[in-house]
Design a protein around this ligand. Structure first.
Ligand code: ATP
Ligand code: MG
Length: 667
C-alpha cells in the first residue's frame, strides 16, 4: 500500500490522471521538463504494481540506449526486481530482439560495411564512383527505405535515379544473400515479418498489453508503422512527446506522427501537462517566446513555480574569449558550490568543442564529451597531426604508420610489412626504407606509384604558415579528396578547425602547443566533470547550469546544411531544446568574430537571439549589478542616472555607458 502511494503521490493531478487511466490509448502532449518521461516511468511501475500486466507484457520504446537504461533503473527503484523482464529499448534493439526470437540471426552491416558493398556494386555496374559517390547512394537508399519505397517502385527522373534503381536492387539482393541487414533494414524486416505473417503479428500484439513510446515527436514512418502493426485494438498504446522538440526531421522524423495520433488510435485520450518542474520561470519565458515564433505547432505555454533563474546573454570578441568566459564562469560556479556534473556546455556542431576543450584544459576543469570523442582524439585530427609530425621528423615511425593509413590509397597491410622488414634489415626508419625500396626497384609499379604519392607529402615546404601546410597535406595526400568523396563534411570541418589552434607561424611551436593540450587524459579519471555535447545529444537531459555557445548566424541556424536540410523552424526547435535543458543558470554566448586560419571573420548574433532578447532586455540594472561589456570587460554598476550607467570595470576603470549599449550584457 505504501509503495503504491509512493508511485502516484508525488505526481500532479494531470500526471496522476495519466498514470491512472489505463483503459484507453493515451497521448501525453507536453512541453519540455513537464515530467513526460517521469509520468511514463511511474505509469509502468503502477501497472505492474497493480497487476494490470506482467513485466513481459510491457513494451517501452525509447530514443537512445541510455534512456532505456535509465528508465529500467527508475522503474526498478519504484517497484523492485520484477522490472528486468520488461521489453525496454530503442526501436532498433527491440526490432532486433523480435527478429532473433523468430529465428532470424542477421549480420548487421554498419555504415562502413554498407559503403564497401555499394563500392563493389558500383564497380560491377561500371558506374563512375567519382561522379556518383557511394555515400550519395547510401543516403538515397536510406531515405527511400524511410519511405518504404522498394527498388521496383522507384520512379526514374534523372540519370542518377536510373543508376540508383539498379544499385538499390543489387544492394538489397546482396544483403539478402549474405543474410545481412543494414541499420534501416532492421525495422523494415520486422515490419515485413509482421505484415506477412499474421500469426507472428498476433503473437506479439497479444503479448504486449501495453506499448509505451517516449519522444514520439522524433519517430519516422517505419517506426510509426512498427507500433501500428503491434496494435490490435485491445492492447493499449501510450505515447509521450512534444512537437516543439522534434529535431530529427533531417533524418526522416515525422512531426505529423504526433499530430495525428488520436486519429490513428481510436478511443484515445490526450493529456496535457503544463507545469514545468525543471526550469525557473525566467528561463521558460524565453523558451516560450522563442518557440511561439514557429508556425507548425500547437499553442501551449509552460509555467513553473521556481523563480530566480539567471540568464546571461553574452557577447565576446572572439571564440577564444568566449571559451575563456565559459571556463571562468564554471570556475566561479564551482566556488559557489555547484557540482561540475550539473553543468553542460552545448553547441550546434561537433567541431565547436575544440575551443571549449582548450579553455577547460587550461583552467584544469575536467570534462567529458558525450556522444563524440575529444577533439584531439578524433581520427582525422590525429591523422593530420601525424603528417605534421612527419614533416618535422620524417623518421617518426609511429607518425609514419598513422599517416600512411589515414585513408585507403593502395598501400595495404602486406605492403606495410614489406616496408617494415626493409626497415629492420637496414636498421633505419620506415621513411628511409620506403625510399630505398623505390630506389632499388623492389616494389611493383602500382606500389611505387602509391608510395611515391604518399612520399610527396614530405616535399611540402615547412617554412609556410601552418594553416597553409595543413591545406597542402590534405590536398597532396588525397585525404581531402577521400573525405569529399565520402561526403564526410564533419571531418573536413574538424580539420579546418585544427587550423585555428596554436601558433601558426611555426610548425614546431604549433605542435608544441598541441602537445601541451594533450595531457587531458589524466583529467579523465575524475568522476566529477563538466559535460560537453551537441544539442542533439542533450535531448531529454537536464542540468542546473547550461552554456549554449556560438549562437551566431551561420553556425546556429546552421547554414552549412544542404539547402533541403536547412529548416529554420527545426533549428529554432533545436534552440528551444537547448534552452529547456537548464534548471537555474543559462548562459548564451556569441562571438563577434571567429578565427579562420590566420584571418578573423565577423559574425552576427543569431536571429534567435534577437527573438528572445526583447524578453530579457527590459531588466533594469541597478547599483551593484555585475555586467560585461564586449570592449571594456567585466564591471560593477556604481550608479545610474536615467539611462546613463556609471560602471567600474575591473580592467578599464570607471566609465559611463548607456544602459541600452549593444555591447553590454548582464552576468
Ligand atoms: P523533456 O521534454 O526534456 O524530455 P520531460 O517532460 O520528459 O522533459 P522529465 O525529464 O520527466 O520531463 O522531468 C523533468 C524534471 O522534473 C525531472 O527532474 C523530474 O524528476 C521532475 N518532475 C517531473 N514531475 C514532477 C513532479 N510531479 N514533482 C516533482 N518533480 C517532478
Ligand atoms: Mg523526457
Amino acid at each position: 500500500m505504501q509503495q503504491k502511494n509512493y508511485i502516484i503521490d508525488e505526481l500532479n493531478p494531470q500526471q496522476r490522471q495519466a498514470v491512472l487511466e489505463n483503459s484507453c490509448n493515451l497521448l501525453i502532449l507536453a512541453g519540455a521538463g513537464s515530467g513526460k518521461t517521469k509520468t511514463l516511468t511511474h505509469k509502468i511501475a503502477f501497472i505492474l504494481n497493480e497487476g494490470l500486466a506482467k513485466p513481459y507484457q510491457i513494451l517501452a520504446l525509447t530514443f537512445t540506449n541510455k534512456a532505456a537504461g535509465e528508465m529500467k533503473e527508475r522503474i526498478g527503484k519504484l517497484i523492485g526486481s520484477q522490472a528486468s523482464d520488461m521489453w525496454i529499448g530503442t526501436f532498433h534493439s527491440i526490432a532486433l530482439k523480435i527478429l532473433r526470437k523468430e529465428g532470424f540471426r542477421p549480420t548487421i552491416y554498419d555504415s562502413k560495411d554498407q559503403e564497401n558493398l555499394i563500392k563493389e556494386i558500383l564497380k560491377k555496374l561500371n558506374i563512375d564512383s567519382k561522379k556518383y559517390t557511394p555515400r550519395a547512394f547510401c543516403s538515397s537508399i536510406s531515405s527511400l527505405k524511410l519511405k518504404l519505397t522498394k527498388p521496383e517502385d522507384l520512379k526514374v527522373n534523372s540519370p542518377f535515379e536510373k543508376y540508383l534503381k539498379s544499385v538499390y536492387r543489387l544492394y538489397e539482393e546482396s544483403l539478402a544473400k549474405a543474410n545481412a541487414v543494414d541499420f534501416d533494414n532492421i525495422i523494415l524486416r520486422v515490419i515485413e515479418l509482421l505484415e506477412e505473417n499474421e500469426d507472428v503479428r498476433k503473437k506479439y500484439s497479444n503479448k504486449f498489453k501495453y506499448i509505451f513510446i517516449d519522444e514520439y515527436q522524433d519517430t519516422n514512418y517505419p517506426q510509426y508503422l512498427f507500433v501500428r502493426l503491434l496494435y490490435n485494438s485491445s492492447n493499449i498504446v501510450c505515447a509521450v512527446g512534444d512537437e516543439d522538440q522534434s529535431i530529427y526531421g533531417f533524418r526522416g522524423a515525422q512531426i505529423d506522427n504526433i499530430l495525428k495520433f488520436d486519429r490513428e488510435y481510436e478511443n484515445c485520450k490526450i493529456i496535457k501537462l503544463e507545469k514545468n518542474y525543471r526550469s525557473a520561470q525566467e528561463i521558460l519565458n524565453i523558451a516560450n517566446t522563442l518557440i511561439s515564433k514557429n508556425n507548425l505547432r500547437k499553442e501551449k505555454r509552460l509555467y513553473s513555480d521556481k523563480i530566480g533563474g539567471r540568464i546571461s546573454i553574452v557577447n565576446l570578441a572572439t571564440e577564444t574569449e568566449e571559451a575563456k568566459f565559459v571556463a571562468e564562469q564554471i570556475q566561479k560556479l564551482k566556488l559557489e558550490g555547484e557540482n561540475l556534473y550539473d553543468i553542460a556546455v552545448l553547441y550546434r556542431t561537433n567541431f565547436q568543442s575544440r575551443t571549449i576543450e582548450e579553455a577547460l584544459i587550461r583552467y584544469s576543469i575536467p570534462y567529458n564529451i558525450i556522444g563524440s570523442k575529444r577533439f584531439l582524439e578524433r581520427k582525422e585530427i590525429k591523422d593530420v597531426i601525424a603528417y605534421l609530425k612527419l614533416l618535422v621528423n620524417p623518421n617518426d615511425d609511429i607518425a609514419f604508420l598513422r599517416a600512411i593509413g589515414s585513408h585507403p590509397r593502395g598501400i595495404g597491410a602486406k605492403f606495410l610489412e614489406v616496408i617494415s622488414k626493409a626497415k629492420d634489415s637496414l636498421n633505419t626508419s620506415m621513411f628511409e626504407a620506403s625510399k630505398w625500396l623505390i630506389e632499388k626497384k623492389k616494389v611493383t609499379p602500382r606500389q611505387e606509384k602509391a608510395l611515391k604519392q604518399f612520399l610527396s607529402v614530405f616535399d611540402i615546404n615547412t617554412a609556410k604558415s601552418v594553416d597553409k601546410i595543413i591545406d597542402e597535406i590534405i590536398q597532396i595526400s588525397g585525404l581531402k579528396n577521400h573525405l569529399e568523396q565520402t561526403d564526410d563534411f564533419d571531418r573536413i570541418a574538424n580539420i579546418m578547425e585544427l587550423k585555428n589552434t596554436g601558433n601558426l607561424n611555426n610548425l614546431e611551436s604549433f605542435l608544441e602547443d598541441l602537445s601541451l593540450l594533450d595531457y587531458s587524459n589524466e583529467l579523465e579519471e575524475q568522476k566529477e566533470s563538466v559535460r560537453l555535447m551537441t544539442i542533439h545529444a542533450s535531448k531529454g537531459l537536464e542540468f542546473n547550469t547550461v552554456f549554449i555557445v556560438g549562437v551566431e548566424e551561420g553556425l546556429f541556424p546552421n547554414e552549412n546544411l544542404k539547402r533541403d536540410e536547412l529548416d529554420i523552424e527545426e533549428e529554432r526547435r533545436l534552440f528551444y531544446v537547448a534552452i529547456t535543458r537548464a534548471k537555474t543558470n543559462l548562459f548564451i554566448s556569441h562571438a563577434s568574430s571567429r578565427r579562420r586560419g590566420i584571418d578573423y571573420q565577423r559574425s552576427k548574433p543569431s536571429r534567435f537571439l534577437l527573438e528572445i532578447k526583447e524578453k530579457i532586455k527590459h531588466k533594469p540594472l541597478k547599483r551593484g549589478d555585475k555586467i560585461r561589456h564586449s570592449i571594456y570587460g567585466e564591471g560593477v554598476v556604481l550608479s545610474k542616472d536615467g539611462q546613463l550607467l556609471t560602471v567600474n570595470f575591473s580592467e578599464n576603470g570607471i566609465k559611463k555607458i548607456l544602459e541600452k549599449d549593444r555591447n553590454l550584457s548582464v552576468v
